[in-house]
Design a protein around this ligand. Structure first.
Ligand code: MG
Length: 423
């Protein structure tokens, strides 16, 4: 009789386990594992763009292939100037295999080392391309993007509602109506703004040292809003990275009794030490990162313990795999991730695929409460947020497709709409 070796034992063991639990397809997969996998062969043939303006300016990208599969991606916020950048990337993409996403990312990133590839618009343009490649890969392989990013650790992704343009003014009926509206929509968390360039208590229009009057107004807004939401409804507060270090510390201290989900960007993004000093001075959780790019940007925040929560924008920071890498790095520091997102339903769903795959996900932003018609008609699938959560689609790729008639209502006048590139 043949001596059992490690391989036959392993194979026999797997087969018998598969048989015991009634999984003939698993047994067959193990059996067939010696046959090389027939990977789809595709080549990129074209890259086209469209520009829209909703909550800020966005660039949408479509990457075409010789097999008819098309991937879609999106960049937001720092998207100004993305179209010529994306056109310049096309020489590094056309003719290439779109399934080697990391290779494409590194080719474009490293070719721009002297052209601004460390942050800002260059990375945002690369982000739109990267997301389109993930959508394409999912469609070519017949799998949702989350599956390609490691599979899901949760079935649905919790979303918080940004209060939109409506300011929270103590006692104001329109503010109360917005707070009711957010709860009626089923959200379990929201964010409000407290920075106010037009506050009458400001003594100087340039310097952002808040006066006592301004700080009193900020605290009153938080107190009013906190009071109207239920006790276990989470509230985040944004200062938009405008104020100086002393103001940041004072506000963080004064809002401690309200047990905020976080205080966002009390100081600008550039000086991580200033953010760290505020975090060290308060029990209010500090969140930052919407203006930070790639692993190297977040490395400093994490190493300096500058944030309790990081908020990379997945339509800016380098893309979906880059977001996964940032999140994994944060996980090593026990720091949760709450993605900044002011993006269309396509970007929201792309973001949700990553959020479904990372253990340290906290909550994802939604910022389109002021554009309900555009929001509902942007993709063929309609509304993607149900009672404050996004359920992950089982369709290949990102799982939502643009409804051009709906999205085109936000087209920037005079710009192309996915028309073939000239030249
Ligand atoms: Mg913000």
């Amino acid at each position: 009789m043949e001596e059992p070796n490690r391989r036959t034992l392993l194979k026999g063991g797997l087969l018998s386990i598969a048989g015991m639990v009634g999984l003939p397809s698993l047994a067959r997969a193990v059996q067939d594992a010696t046959t090389p996998y027939k990977r789809p062969k595709l080549r990129i043939t074209d890259i086209r763009t469209a520009e829209v303006r909703v909550h800020g300016y966005q660039v949408h990208v479509r990457i075409y292939t010789d097999q008819g599969v098309v991937g879609q991606g999106e960049s937001t916020d720092a998207a100004t100037g993305n179209v010529p950048l994306i056109n310049s990337f096309s020489r590094m993409l056309i003719g290439q295999d779109p399934l080697n996403i990391e290779a494409a990312f590194e080719r474009i990133r490293t070719s721009g080392i002297f052209a601004g590839a460390q942050s800002g618009q260059y990375v945002t343009a690369l982000t739109a391309v990267e997301i389109a490649l993930w959508d394409l890969a999912g469609k070519a392989l017949g799998l949702p993007v989350y599956q390609l990013l490691g599979g899901k650790v949760r079935e649905r992704v919790r979303v918080y509602c940004d209060s939109g343009a409506r300011e929270m003014i103590p006692g104001d009926e329109r503010s109360k109506a917005r707070i009711r509206e957010i709860q009626d929509m089923g959200f379990t968390a929201a964010k409000m703004d407290i920075d106010d360039a037009l506050d009458p208590a400001r003594f100087d229009r340039v310097n952002w040292t808040a006066s006592n009057g301004e700080i009193d107004h900020m605290v009153a807004k938080v107190a009013f809003t906190r009071e109207l939401y239920p006790k276990h409804f989470d509230l985040a507060v944004d200062m938009h990275g405008r104020y100086d270090a002393g103001t940041g510390k004072r506000v963080a201290k004064e809002v401690e009794p309200f047990k905020l989900m976080w205080l966002e960007e009390p100081v600008p993004a550039e000086n991580i030490d200033a953010m760290r000093d505020i975090r060290a001075s308060t029990s209010t959780p500090i969140c930052c990162g919407e203006n930070v790019y790639m692993r190297w940007g977040f490395r400093e925040i994490l190493e300096k313990r500058a944030a309790d929560i990081i908020m990379p924008d997945f339509q800016k920071c380098g893309g979906l795999l880059e977001a996964r890498k940032i999140a994994d790095m944060a996980h090593a520091y026990y720091v949760p991730v709450a993605p900044h997102a002011v993006t269309s339903p396509i970007g929201m769903m792309a973001t949700a695929h990553v959020c479904a795959a990372i253990p340290n996900f906290l909550v994802q932003e939604w910022h389109w409460i002021d554009s309900p018609e555009l929001w509902r008609n942007w993709v063929k699938e309609g509304e993607i947020i149900q009672k404050g959560y996004i359920a992950l689609p089982e369709r290949p790729g990102i799982g939502v497709e643009m409804n051009d008639d709906g999205a085109r209502k936000a087209q920037v006048p005079g710009t192309p709409w996915f028309e073939p590139r000239r030249g």
